[in-house]
Design a binder for this molecule. Structure first.
Ligand code: ADP
Ligand code: ZN
Length: 529
């Protein structure tokens, strides 16, 4: 029996109001809460910030017994439990941070029916001991948070999630609700199958976040571009800046502090205490800029994050959308800004090639990256592209960079042929391979030490691309890389022909590419804010 507020007759709406202090449900929340409170299974796909927690917290309070919440986010469990305690809900967690005595005390509370909710990590849940304890409790439901973690196709696979199929076998009478904010059709299908939830009701919310303005710019000097953005549009705002590496996190945070911003670094190399302190400051104070690797942010609920900036290319659209979704949870205008360039493509492709994992896993990663690149290079509404990726239709939003300042395309067929021919010549005649910089110098006929030493001036392709600037050529190479017409090989970013090169060289494929943005406009978009 629950010992805290709601009695047997309380309705979900009363709990929403009396316990959580909200007037009305949002979106699909009411339907979901009704269904699960009535004992049904549910699969919930809802964007970050959509309000997933109440979908299991309220049924756990309405139903007799304890709700078990499975989450991979051990670091956040204390916060979640504290937040519930603040509104009078009896919650606890079981994970590896507890001492033996502490865990014992939680189990005693659980067995005595003194808890409304208990959070635990999947590796804890599947232990024989834990399952035996749960078998002796009255259970209101199982909530499987971040359910996409069970999907190997997804971007955030956790092996321990595979063990969760045990729930349906051991506790067939306890309702289950699986929730995630990452919902491509492939991930949805996979999690449904692996968690054995084909019979569940599926609730798919709209993934649109209309108050977020999506902008993707060409990387020039990412840090100064970022600084310009913050000065011009986000002075004093709270925000998150994502970087790929720990080193770049440290350097960027340092650079922003030098410019007088209240910037903190956050990555997995810091001690747990440091991370907890910084996270607490970010949540509590106004105007803190958190510079972080993607180790930061899952489960963070700060309503007034005004911008999320990416200084490096994310590895997937799912990841990107989840990270940018942390902006503007309060519904007010917010910015999602990403700077990306040629080196990002080269670097991420190399990380995939050099990574461990099966052939199939690598293929999956490549497909994820290609979709992300497609989004970056697209000439049409970003929001339409993103939502289509999640299987949803939308009209052009009028509020992304491509809607506000439509990019122009240009016929780059001939330029691409010149570039590909140069790669072919170097490779065939001289068995040489070079990176983008050297190839651009050859195309533009600009002598340098290496071209002199290698006698590149004698090549028939020398100077055939003098009509384009360095920036324009970098744009061409980046986009051909993105489309797998050019490939980068080895550890030095040397360029080679990709699978799509033949059709372009033979003149069978016309290429329309995005025109490079002139430098001075790179930080701003005309429009609101
Ligand atoms: P998610 O887990 O989907 O990212 P949360 O459950 O953390 O989202 O909810 C996001 C924010 O919205 C939280 O601050 C939460 O308190 C708030 N919220 C959720 N549902 C409602 C509601 N019905 N009315 C008002 N605020 C809500
Ligand atoms: Zn748009």
């Amino acid at each position: 029996m629950n010992s805290s507020p709601p009695a047997d007759t309380t309705t979900p709406l009363q709990v929403l109001h009396d316990v959580f202090g909200y007037d009305s449900f949002r979106g699909d929340q009411e339907k979901i809460v009704e269904h699960v409170s009535g004992g049904g299974d549910a699969v919930v796909l809802m964007p970050t910030g959509g309000g997933k927690s109440l979908c299991y917290q309220i049924p756990a309070l309405v139903r007799p017994g304890t709700g078990v919440v499975i989450s991979p986010l051990i670091a956040l469990m204390q916060n979640q439990v504290d937040a519930l305690a603040a509104v009078g809900v009896k919650a606890a967690f079981l994970n590896s941070t507890l001492s033996f005595e502490e865990a014992d005390a939680v189990e005693a509370d659980l067995l005595a029916g003194r808890l409304d909710l208990v959070y635990m990590a999947p590796e804890r849940l599947v232990q024989k001991h834990t399952l035996n304890v749960l078998a002796r409790c009255r259970l209101a439901l199982f909530a499987i948070d971040e359910a996409h973690c069970v999907s190997q196709w997804g971007h955030d696979f956790r092996r321990d999630y595979l063990g969760l199929s045990v729930l349906a076998e051991r506790f067939p009478e306890v309702p289950r609700i699986a929730l995630t904010a990452t919902a491509t059709e492939a991930t949805h299908a996979e999690l449904t199958e692996r968690l054995g939830m084909a019979q569940a009701r599926h609730f798919v919310s709209s993934f649109d976040r209309p108050n977020i303005q999506y902008r993707i710019v060409e990387k020039d000097n990412a840090r100064s571009q970022l600084l310009r953005l913050l000065r011009a549009e986000h002075d004093g705002d709270s925000g998150i800046v994502y970087c790929l590496s720990r080193r770049s996190v440290e350097q960027t945070a340092e650079a922003l502090r030098k410019e007088g911003l209240d910037a903190l670094g956050y990555h997995a190399g810091l001690s747990e205490t440091q991370r907890a302190e910084r996270q607490a400051r970010f949540l509590r104070e106004d105007g803190v800029v958190m510079v972080a690797t993607i180790a930061f942010g899952m489960g963070i609920d700060k309503p007034d994050v005004r911008f999320v900036a990416h200084l490096d290319l994310p590895k997937s659209v799912e990841g990107y959308y989840q990270e940018t979704g942390r902006a503007g949870r309060d519904g007010l205008p917010a910015t999602a800004w990403l700077a990306y360039g040629l080196n990002d493509v080269v670097q991420l492709r190399r990380m995939i090639d050099n990574g461990d994992g099966s052939e199939q896993h690598q293929r999956g990663q490549r497909a994820h990256l290609d979709a992300m690149l497609g989004l970056c290079e697209s000439l049409t509404c970003r929001r339409v592209q993103i939502l289509r990726y999640f299987g949803q239709d939308a009209e052009p939003c009028g509020n992304c960079d491509n809607c506000l300042t439509p990019p122009t395309g240009w016929d780059a067929t001939v330029a691409a042929q010149k570039l590909l021919s140069t790669i072919v010549r170097l490779n065939r005649e001289r068995d040489q391979r070079f990176g983008a910089g050297q190839i651009i110098d050859i195309l533009r006929g600009k002598p340098n030490d290496r071209s002199t030493a290698s006698r590149h001036q004698e090549l028939t392709v020398w100077g055939i691309g003098a009509d384009l600037s360095v920036t324009e050529w970098r744009g061409v190479i980046r986009q051909l890389l993105a489309r797998n017409i050019v490939e980068s090989v080895g550890d030095y970013g040397t360029l080679a022909l990709g699978p799509g090169a033949g059709a372009v060289l033979r003149g069978e494929q016309e290429l329309e590419l995005r025109r490079s943005q002139p430098k001075q406009r790179s930080s701003g978009v005309r429009g609101r804010r």
